[in-house]
Design a protein around this ligand. Structure first.
Ligand code: PMP
Length: 372
């Protein structure tokens, strides 16, 4: 038996993935973290065409220039971030961008401030890089929004980076402009890197998204096509980082992946330049489901924040056996503690499932778990 490297021993396989592998296929899955919609037709057509035209070779490491130019326009229009194609790297999902940031900037002795609860990959990537996670509670009384003052309290001389994720997985919380701006200012004053994962930026309801990268040059902005365009399996994302940071990130990307899939890059180009009506339709539908799930959970007595973004709710459910009881009754959800200690006493439910299924799932919970 060959011993694995210590760094792989320091992390575990995702509990959420394991959960999907063992549960009953007939259950209604509110555990999943991907849109239930299909990739819009125009994007599929663009990818098919690129294959027919034999565009199946490597691209430049940073990605095709047309796509990077569109990403630059998108950053300016949506995020108020002024950049240029040299600062953009097209990645294999936002996941790769995250991994690149950790590998390029974090090492032993570095502290990285993380929202608690947060997306599982953050902690794993930081641990793999040898860094230390410093969690900051996102309090329910603040609707789980990360507050700049709470972050500021955790800063030490070893703080290397702050991870932001707004809208958030797992809570759906959207940070306030004043907190984003305050943290961006702090990143400049104290020379701390902000890694801002904005993958859910478009899945937001009657609320404006703000990007830390607009206010500070010490920000790496991560984004991707998985959520907005339902392109999860196509593995395509991107990041923006200034020249100095970009070169370090490119080293990791170059030796790890060379480039993102050519076909997916063509799809991504179409996603940004083509009609956006499918995106608008998805967001409207997500909002309708959010309204349904929040009101049903509140009616059942599970206090639930009317989350302003992403496709998750994070009800307060003290019953430690809830997830198991719900799974037995036919509804899959994820224990909040899987996302950090502050998720204890909560359950993550995704509404990336049909309105009808969510209705059925809520009926099952009401009949068999709450009143059962
Ligand atoms: N960040 C967050 C907060 C996510 O929820 C996810 C997907 N679950 C990702 C990043 C990864 O996205 P991608 O498919 O682009 O790698």
């Amino acid at each position: 038996m060959i011993n694995p490297a210590k760094r792989t021993n320091s992390i575990e396989l995702s509990e959420i993935r394991k959960l999907f592998e063992v549960t009953n296929p007939d259950a209604i899955n509110l555990g999943i973290g991907e849109p239930d919609f299909d990739v819009p037709e125009n994007i599929k057509e663009a990818m098919k065409k690129s294959i027919d035209e034999n565009e199946t070779h490597y691209t430049s490491n940073k990605g095709i220039i047309e796509l990077r130019e569109e990403i630059v326009k998108k950053f300016k229009k949506d995020n108020g971030i002024k950049t240029n194609p040299e600062n953009i790297i097209v990645t294999v999902g936002a996941s790769e961008g995250l991994f690149m940031c950790a590998q390029a900037f974090i090492e032993k002795g570095d502290e990285v401030i993380l929202p608690n609860p947060s997306f599982l990959s953050y902690e794993a990537c930081i641990n793999l890089a040898g860094g230390t996670v410093v969690p900051v509670d996102c309090k329910m009384e603040n609707e789980f929004k990360l507050k700049a003052d709470d972050v500021a309290e955790k800063i030490t001389e070893n703080t290397k980076a702050i991870m932001l994720n707004s809208p958030s997985n797992p809570t759906g919380a959207v940070m306030e402009k004043e907190d984003i701006k305050a943290l961006a200012d702090l990143s400049m004053d104290k020379d701390i890197l902000i890694i801002s994962d904005e993958i859910y930026e478009k899945i937001i309801y009657n609320k404006k998204h703000y990007s830390a990268g607009k206010y500070s040059d010490n920000v790496i902005t991560l984004n991707g096509f998985s959520k907005t365009y339902a392109m999860t399996g196509l593995r395509i994302g991107y990041l923006n980082a200034n020249e100095t940071y970009n070169e370090e990130l490119l080293k990791i990307h170059q030796y790890n992946n060379a480039c993102a899939s050519t076909t997916s890059q063509r799809g991504a180009y179409e996603a940004l330049t083509g009609p956006q009506n499918e995106v608008e339709r998805m967001i409207k539908e997500f909002q309708r489901r959010r309204d349904l799930i929040v009101s049903r959970l509140n009616q059942m007595g599970y206090e639930t924040v009317n989350a302003e973004g992403a496709f998750y709710v994070f009800p307060k459910i003290d019953d430690e056996d809830f997830v198991a009881k719900a799974a037995n009754a036919g509804v899959i959800s994820v224990p909040g503690v899987a996302f950090g200690s502050n998720g204890k006493g909560h359950v993550r439910m995704s509404y990336a499932n049909s309105y009808e299924n969510i209705e059925k799932a809520m009926n099952i919970l009401e009949e068999r778990v709450v009143n059962g």
